[in-house]
Design a protein around this ligand. Structure first.
Ligand code: ZN
Ligand code: ZN
Length: 342
């Protein structure tokens, strides 16, 4: 079989790799659609994974073989799922931090999503594989993972109907957040970004107000509007300097959700008096647990997520290198790229 294999940031090869064998409790799927995630782009452009790696985790496909002991799925089933599975019994799992489980990152799909066939190990088959509803395309179903990640993130804080929410970053993740928020009947969703291309799309995804942060200072804007500040702020852009700014425009009692790795310049300065006197908080959230997938599939099925507008590019699996290039060209109107294997 073939896979798009990473060798360097400008060296992705569509080459022959071993087709995985499955044991009695495993499943082999033919990959049909796999979304290109911001974390894949980051790992490739910053060369953070070893040469020979196959990335991709937002997969959807058709079951082509099942082990003797698999009874829940059969060949022909259309499925989607996630990449890491918690143990459900350790200290972190017992406290609801499934994504911090020591077993979580040890579990994986093989060789990765950007391959013609993918092996799903026993724990994935048991806990992290879902049938795609009739009528839902593979491309749409491949969005289940990023949507589930956003649902996971929003669970970290109580979002109330009537809240004013700020989303910093109008990439696919910020736009998914925006739509999930709209469905919670928040009073207002404001989205900031530095790209007009992205902001132009944001109204299609539930944004009430968009602000180009390169052109307009957020604090000045709020002052001009006599705006009371935000109950919840979601940072969906990898710029750590956004955190102190978010704390400044957060309402008393509000919460900032950090939905970004902030690996570049991770140290920032925050006025610490805001925690006690103003009851402001900051929460971090990482990845997704098996408990968010069904909700994500429903959100896609019921049209909460505007998948048509979100997927701007569909390309063949062999074009991963080209897809990465596209994301680096600021002129191109890229939101979500889905790689297809047909
Ligand atoms: Zn992802
Ligand atoms: Zn665990």
């Amino acid at each position: 079989m073939k896979a798009s294999v990473f060798y360097g940031k400008n060296d992705i090869r569509f080459e022959e790799v071993d087709k995985p064998d499955i044991s009695d409790k495993e499943i082999l799927i033919q990959m049909k659609a796999c979304g290109l995630c911001g974390t894949d782009i980051h790992k490739i452009t910053e060369e953070l994974v070893p040469a020979g790696s196959v990335l991709g985790h937002e997969y959807a496909g058709e079951v082509v073989a099942v082990g003797k002991e698999v009874s829940e799925f059969r060949p022909g089933d259309r499925v989607t799922g996630g990449i890491h599975v918690p143990c459900f019994t350790c200290e972190q799992c017992s406290r609801g931090h499934y994504t911090l489980c020591p077993e979580f990152k040890k579990t994986n799909i093989h060789p990765g999503g950007f391959a013609e066939y993918i092996k799903l190990p026993e724990e994935h088959v048991k806990h992290l594989l879902y049938k795609i509803p009739d009528g839902m395309s593979y491309s749409k179903a491949s969005l289940a993972e990023p949507v589930a990640c956003c649902i996971h993130g929003q669970k970290a804080v109580g979002i109330h109907a009537g809240d004013r929410v700020l989303v910093m970053g109008a990439g696919p993740i910020g736009l998914i957040h925006s739509q999930l928020l709209k469905n919670k009947l928040v009073k207002e969703v404001v989205i900031t970004d530095v790209s007009d291309h992205r902001l132009n799309h944001a109204h299609e995804f539930g944004a009430d107000v968009t602000i180009n942060a390169a052109e307009k200072n957020l604090e000045t804007y709020l002052e001009e509007q006599n705006h009371p500040g935000f109950n919840v702020i979601i940072i969906a852009a990898g710029v750590s300097a956004l955190l102190p700014q978010a704390m400044n425009v957060l309402k008393r009692g509000g919460t900032v959700i950090c939905f970004s790795p902030f690996t570049m310049k991770p140290s920032v300065e925050i006025d610490a008096s805001m925690f006690f006197h103003d009851e402001k908080s900051i929460v971090g959230t990482y990845s997704v647990s098996p408990y968010e997938f069904e909700e994500a599939i429903l959100a896609i099925q019921k049209g909460v997520i505007n998948t048509e507008a979100l997927i701007t590019h569909v390309m063949p699996l062999s074009n991963l290198g080209k897809a990465i290039e596209l994301t680096q060209e600021k002129t191109e109107n890229v939101l979500k790229i889905v790689l297809k294997n047909e």
